[in-house]
Write a protein that binds this ligand. Structure first.
Ligand code: ATP
Length: 136
């Protein structure tokens, strides 16, 4: 099946794939050719697709996927291929978010807590995606 994976800024992947997995709002969703048509909301998470015996990983930060029997279109708000993830930047974002969370524990500001929690989730997810890609 055809995979079209884009963000508003760039094309992430445009390939023929055998299988893929998406971070759906309701949980991760595996897709094989011939899947029932559906529209899926995506959360912050890891995605991967397989071409033959090779698996490719990517980071998705919200968006939608349209699944058709022979085509999957991922419209992500933010996304990166595993190889394009800057590890130092993700480590720095993780440290910053952890510091902010510690700070919020003292101030008790809920909006700040939520912002820091989401930033930490993005950073940890990027680090995981990169780690899984290196381990494949
Ligand atoms: P940071 O605090 O480092 O900016 P963030 O989680 O706030 O991280 P996002 O808002 O998710 O960043 O993304 C903003 C832009 O920066 C997007 O274009 C995204 O692809 C890119 N980006 C963010 N972090 C990384 C990273 N570690 N490696 C590569 N690109 C990144």
């Amino acid at each position: 099946m055809r995979l079209e994976f884009v963000t508003p800024e760039r094309l992430i992947a445009h390939e023929e794939v055998d299988e893929l997995q998406l971070p759906g709002e309701e949980g991760s969703l595996g897709v094989l050719p011939g899947h029932t048509p559906m529209l899926v909301a995506l959360k912050v998470g890891e995605m991967w697709y397989r071409k033959g015996s090779e698996k490719f990983f990517g980071y998705v930060g919200f968006g939608f996927a349209e699944i058709l029997p022979d085509r999957v279109t991922i419209l992500a708000r933010i996304a990166e291929k595993a190889d394009d993830i800057d590890l130092q930047r993700a480590e720095a974002a993780k440290r910053r978010a952890e510091e902010q969370l510690a700070e919020v524990k003292r101030s008790g500001n809920e909006a700040d807590y939520e912002r820091a929690r989401l930033a930490l989730l993005r950073a940890i997810t990027r680090l995981q995606v990169s780690q899984h890609a290196r381990r494949r």
